[in-house]
Write a protein of this length. Structure first.
Length: 289
């Protein structure tokens, strides 16, 4: 058991780095994923994860390679442009924000893949799309830790207005006038975490570690604070389990982490006490057919 569960992290520094980076993503992404679910914006996270790709691709081209700083700044700029652009399109046209976001993210995804393909190799494109959690360096780990810290501090400040705006946005806007500002701040934190996740898991996988633990936790408890804590715990546990599975079975690490979270989600769909399929099923009496 030691060789399987402990030795990979005791013997190899890259495994320890991968675990620390994935844990930072899980802890910071859990509350964001929970609020996305409560605000019925679960698919918006996936759309935003794809929307950062052209900015990251421009950073890649400008830096002449896989520079964490250049690609992070480019991804952050692209995410902000798409988030603001979808809001402007929704206000200026008949399209709702989810529809405008879908249109922008599809164009962004195609543009990003095209830009990377112009001057990069297939390996570079796969790195951008799927990441490489086993190759995290000091600079990237510091970036992940910094974004996780900023996210948790920002949510501590925004928690009360964010809960109010989630439950009753019209009342919050009428009573405080801060509904739009709260929404923008939340989207800013979301983009930050998706950019951080893209560094480790790539654009196609980063949202998985944010959403799947939150979805699973939502099926076990209806208390928001408990659900956030449980989602963070599930995320960290799945990061560990995915890395162990990838080491033992020679699987790609990023998808293995997301698949571990998917397994917890499917178990929660059936057995979750607060919303699983078996919730509220009447128990049979003893010896009853």
């Amino acid at each position: 058991m030691y060789d399987l569960l402990v030795a990979p992290f005791a013997d190899f520094e890259f495994m320890r780095r991968a675990l620390v980076g994935s844990a930072a993503l899980a802890v910071a992404g859990a509350p964001l994923g929970m609020f996305l679910i409560l605000r019925r914006m679960a698919l918006s996270g996936d759309a935003m994860a794809h929307a950062i790709l052209p900015g990251a691709a421009i950073g890649y081209l400008v830096a002449g390679g896989l520079s964490a700083t250049a690609m992070t700044l480019g991804g952050l700029a692209a995410g902000v442009v798409v988030a603001l652009g979808s809001g402007l399109v929704a206000r200026a046209t008949l399209l709702r924000e989810d529809a405008s976001l879908a249109g922008l993210y599809l164009v962004s995804l195609a543009l990003g893949v095209t830009l990377v393909s112009l001057r990069g190799s297939n390996i570079d494109l796969l790195h951008v799309l799927f990441g490489n959690v086993l190759a995290l360096d000091d600079q990237t780990l510091l970036l992940l830790a910094s974004i996780a810290t900023v996210t948790l501090l920002g949510l501590a400040v925004l928690f009360r207005p964010l809960v109010m705006e989630t439950l009753d946005p019209a009342f919050t806007q009428a009573a405080t006038g801060a509904g739009a500002l709260t929404q923008l701040a939340f989207l800013g934190l979301l983009v930050l975490n998706l950019v951080a996740g893209f560094q480790a898991l790539g654009t196609l996988m980063s949202v998985g570690l944010m959403m799947l633990p939150a979805l699973a936790a939502r099926l076990w408890t209806q208390k928001l604070d408990a659900a956030i804590a449980l989602a963070a715990l599930i995320g960290v546990a799945c990061a560990y389990a995915g890395l162990v599975a990838s080491y033992a079975l020679s699987l790609p690490s990023g998808p293995a982490i997301v698949l571990a979270a998917g397994c917890v989600y499917f178990v929660s769909l059936v057995f979750g006490r607060a919303g699983g399929a078996l919730r509220g099923r009447p128990k049979r009496r003893h010896l009853e057919a």
